[in-house]
Design a protein around this ligand. Structure first.
Ligand SMILES: Nc1ncnc2c1ncn2[C@@H]1O[C@H](COP(=O)(O)OP(=O)(O)OP(=O)(O)O)[C@@H](O)[C@H]1O
Ligand SMILES: [Mg+2]
Length: 145
């Protein structure tokens, strides 16, 4: 799927918000500035969040616990060893929280096999190509309408 500009990426995030279920994990792969955090901004806006959405590159985890469902925005860019994951408190999300994970490769091979795995590629000025690995849990929910 082609995403032609930032506005379209925000729109895709908003549509994803409407499809979310408690316990979902969405991984977002792609190079620096591919638009991962931009999609998360759209998704959080779709859940009614109106505040700032910082990139969690340094904090690593940014919780939005008051949303329905509650969301944990995670950026594993600075995680060098998958064993460091245990320290960052993702368990707080429990079974009902939603995890949105940038740089999931840094968690090792297949940390979230049930995740909707999205990959972004920069194909030109503003245009991004998105590919999705769609697990059983997301059949009928991807692409979001
Ligand atoms: N189609 C597009 N979708 C999303 N962002 C776009 C698009 N075209 C251009 N941009 C720009 O690219 C940048 C994307 O930044 P963003 O923080 O979302 O990237 P990121 O993938 O989260 O990077 P990082 O790996 O550093 O966290 C923004 O400056 C945005 O305006
Ligand atoms: Mg980012």
């Amino acid at each position: 799927m082609k995403i032609k500009d930032e506005k379209a990426m925000l729109g895709l995030g908003r549509k994803l918000a409407a499809a979310l279920r408690p316990g979902d994990v969405i991984t977002l792969s792609g190079p620096l500035s591919a638009g991962k955090t931009t999609m998360v901004r759209g998704l959080l806006a779709g859940l009614g969040y109106r505040g700032e959405v910082p990139s969690p590159s340094f904090a690593i985890v940014q919780p939005y616990e008051d949303l329905k469902p509650p969301v944990w925005h995670v950026d594993l860019y600075r995680i060098e060893d998958p064993s460091d994951l245990e320290e960052i408190g993702l368990d707080d999300a429990g079974h009902d929280g939603v995890l949105l994970v940038e740089w999931p490769e840094h968690a090792g091979g297949n940390a979230w096999p049930w995740a909707l795995a999205l990959s972004l590629e920069v194909v030109g000025d503003g245009t991004r190509a998105l590919t999705a690995e769609v697990p059983a849990a997301w059949e009928g929910r991807w692409p979001p309408r």
